[in-house]
Design a protein. Structure first.
Length: 538
C-alpha cells in the first residue's frame, strides 16, 4: 500500500540549475528529489513530459503520448557534446532574452528549441559514427522492447520534418492513409532521420531510468500525468486512425463560465472500436507509463466515463458519448480497471475536477481509486454560505491539495477572495487565533494552513511548489493564449536554493510539519534514509 505521504507538484520544464539552457532537464530531477526529501516530501508529481511540436508549449497537446520530449534530455550528459558546444548553446539560447545571463529565468521557446536541437544532433552524429558495441547493444535492446510504439513514432517524426511540419492529414494520400508500400519506401529513404529520432528516445529513456533508480534508492516517488488524448496531429492518431472519430473534437459542455462550451481540438476517441479491441491502445500507454512512474494521474477522468465532443459545425452544441448513464459507468469502469490491471504496483490517481456527476466519484471510490480534494473547493455547496469542509473530513482515499497547474496559487486566492470567505475558511480549518483573515497569508499563517491540510485524512497531499513557499506565479491560465502559460520556472537555480539560508530554514519548517502529521519518516520504504543523505541537508 502507498504510504501516507506529502509531495510537490512541479512541471519538469520548471526545474532550473545554473548551467541549463533555459528549461528543465531530466537529470535535474536528482537535485529536485534531494530538495524535496530535505523538506519531508517524498513525491515529485510532474505534468506530462510527452513530446510537443516546436511551437507548442502545452504538455497536454502532444505529438506523441509515448515519446519523452527530447528537449528534456540533459545534453551535458551526452557523449559528443563538449564544453565549448554547451557554452555556445547557452549563449545562443539566452541572447533573445532580456536577461542575457546563462541563468535567465525565461528563455523564448524558439531560441531554446534551436539550441537544444543542435546539441542533440551533435550527440547523434557521434553515436552513429563512433558508438561502442555496448552502446549499440543497449540501443538495439531498447528498440526491441519499445517497437510497439517507437517504430511508428520515429517514422512519423522523420516525415514531419520532410513535409515541413504540415499535419499528417496534408501529406500525400498514400502516406496519410498508411499504405504499406508507401511506408516501406519512406522508411528506406528516411533511414538516417528515423534512426536519429530512435536515438533521441533512447537517450531520453536512459536518463529517465537513471533518475528513477536515484529516486528508488532514496525512498522517493515520481508521479506522472496521463494526458487524456494525443493531439490530432500525432503519431498515435496517424498510426491508429480507426481508434478516433476525426469528425468530432473533444471539449466541455456549456456552463455559466463559457456559454458555448470549450473546444480543445483533441480528437474524439472512437470508444466502440477501442473497447472492441480490449482498450489495447490505452493499455499500452499505461504499460509504458508504469516503467516511468510510481504514481499515475489520469487526466480528465470524467472523459473516460463520458466524453463530450462537438461536430465540425460552428454552432454544434455538442453531445456526450455514451449518452446513457448506465453505459457511461460501464465504459469508465472498463478504462479504470484496465489501468489498474496494467499498473498493479502504481498508485492510480483520478483527476476528477470540474463538472463531475456524483456517481463518477462513487464509481472511482468503489474501484479504490483516489480523487482530488482541492481545499478551497471542498465546501458544503448545498448549505447556506457553503461552509468549507475540514481536511479531517476528507476520505482517506483521496489526494489533498491547495491547487493545480490551472488554478491561482494559494497566496493569490487568499488575497483576492472576500474577507468573509477567508474568515469561514479559517474557522473550518480550526485555525482561529492562529491565522488572521485580514492579514496576508505568509510565514506562520501559511504553515498553519499547510499543516491543517497535511493533518487531514487524505492518503497523500501534493501541493504546487509555489504554495509551499508562498509564491504567486502560476503555471497556466486556462482558456487564454499567453507567453506566460507553461513557462514557469523556479525563481532560483536548485544550487542557489540549496545554499540559501532562507530556503533552508523553510525546508526545515516543512520537514517538521510533514513529520508531525505522519507524512514523513525515515525507512518509509526500502532504501529510504533521512533526507540529509541525498545532498541538500535538512
Amino acid at each position: 500500500m502507498f504510504p501516507r505521504s506529502a509531495g510537490i507538484l512541479i512541471p519538469l520544464f520548471s526545474l532550473r540549475t545554473e548551467d541549463d539552457l533555459g528549461r528543465g532537464e531530466i537529470m535535474q530531477m536528482r537535485a529536485m528529489i534531494d530538495f524535496a526529501l530535505a523538506m519531508g516530501h517524498r513525491v515529485i508529481q510532474l505534468l506530462p513530459i510527452d513530446e510537443t511540436a516546436p511551437d507548442e508549449a502545452s504538455p497536454y497537446n502532444a505529438l506523441s503520448v509515448f515519446a519523452i520530449d527530447p528537449l528534456y534530455v540533459s545534453a551535458s550528459e551526452l557523449a559528443g557534446v563538449g564544453r565549448l558546444a554547451l557554452k555556445r548553446a547557452r549563449r545562443s539560447a539566452s541572447e533573445p532574452s532580456d536577461d542575457p545571463s546563462p541563468s535567465a529565468r525565461f528563455v523564448p521557446r524558439a531560441a531554446y528549441v534551436a539550441a537544444k536541437r543542435e546539441l542533440l544532433e551533435r550527440a547523434f552524429e557521434r553515436f552513429a559514427s563512433r558508438a561502442r558495441r555496448i552502446e549499440r547493444d543497449a540501443f538495439d535492446d531498447f528498440l526491441h522492447r519499445n517497437s510497439y510504439w517507437l517504430d511508428d513514432y520515429a517514422l512519423f517524426r522523420a516525415l514531419k520534418d520532410r513535409f515541413e511540419f504540415r499535419s499528417w492529414e496534408e501529406w500525400p494520400g498514400a502516406l496519410a492513409g498508411r499504405e504499406p508500400g508507401a511506408l516501406a519506401t519512406a522508411r528506406r529513404e528516411l533511414a538516417s532521420e528515423v534512426r536519429k529520432y530512435l536515438y533521441f528516445q533512447f537517450v531520453a529513456h536512459l536518463q529517465w531510468n537513471a533518475v528513477r533508480e536515484y529516486a528508488r534508492e532514496r525512498g522517493a516517488f515520481i508521479g506522472g500525468d496521463l494526458a487524456f488524448s494525443p493531439s490530432r496531429d500525432s503519431a498515435e492518431v496517424w498510426a491508429h486512425q480507426e481508434m478516433f472519430d476525426l469528425s468530432r473534437t473533444v471539449g466541455t459542455p456549456p456552463d455559466e463560465f463559457n456559454r458555448r462550451g470549450q473546444r480543445w481540438g483533441l480528437p474524439m476517441p472512437n470508444w466502440e472500436v477501442m473497447r472492441a479491441e480490449g482498450l489495447e491502445l490505452w493499455r499500452s500507454r499505461v504499460r509504458h507509463a508504469r516503467e516511468l512512474y510510481d504514481c499515475l494521474r489520469v487526466d480528465h477522468v470524467v472523459g473516460m466515463y463520458r466524453t463530450f465532443s462537438f461536430g465540425s459545425e460552428p454552432d454544434d452544441r455538442g453531445t456526450f458519448f455514451p449518452s446513457i448513464e448506465e453505459e457511461q459507468r460501464a465504459q469508465g469502469e472498463a478504462v479504470i480497471r484496465a489501468t489498474l490491471e496494467e499498473a498493479p504496483d502504481a498508485l492510480i490517481i483520478a483527476e476528477d475536477l470540474g463538472t463531475v456527476p456524483p456517481w463518477v466519484r462513487q464509481s472511482l471510490a468503489a474501484l479504490g481509486v483516489p480523487g482530488y480534494k482541492v481545499m478551497m473547493w471542498e465546501r458544503k455547496w448545498d448549505e447556506p454560505d457553503a461552509p468549507f469542509i475540514s481536511p479531517h473530513d476528507y476520505p482517506e482515499l483521496s489526494l489533498a491539495t491547495t491547487g493545480t497547474h490551472d488554478t491561482d496559487t494559494l497566496a493569490v486566492w487568499w488575497r483576492e477572495c472576500p474577507l468573509e470567505e477567508r474568515t469561514n475558511f479559517v474557522h473550518a480549518l480550526g485555525l482561529d487565533g492562529r491565522v488572521h483573515p485580514e492579514a496576508p497569508l505568509k510565514d506562520a499563517a501559511l504553515d498553519a494552513v499547510i499543516e491543517a491540510l497535511y493533518a487531514g485524512r487524505s492518503m497523500v497531499a501534493i501541493l504546487p511548489i509555489q504554495d509551499l513557499f508562498g509564491w504567486e506565479a502560476r503555471i497556466n491560465r486556462p482558456g487564454t493564449i499567453s507567453a506566460t502559460n507553461w513557462t514557469y520556472r523556479l525563481p532560483l537555480g536548485l544550487e542557489r536554493m540549496a545554499e540559501s539560508g532562507a530556503i533552508r530554514k523553510r525546508q526545515r519548517l516543512l520537514l517538521d510539519i510533514a513529520r508531525r502529521t505522519g507524512r514523513f519518516a525515515a525507512q518509509m520504504s526500502s532504501g529510504a534514509d533521512e533526507p540529509s543523505r541525498g545532498g541538500i541537508q535538512a
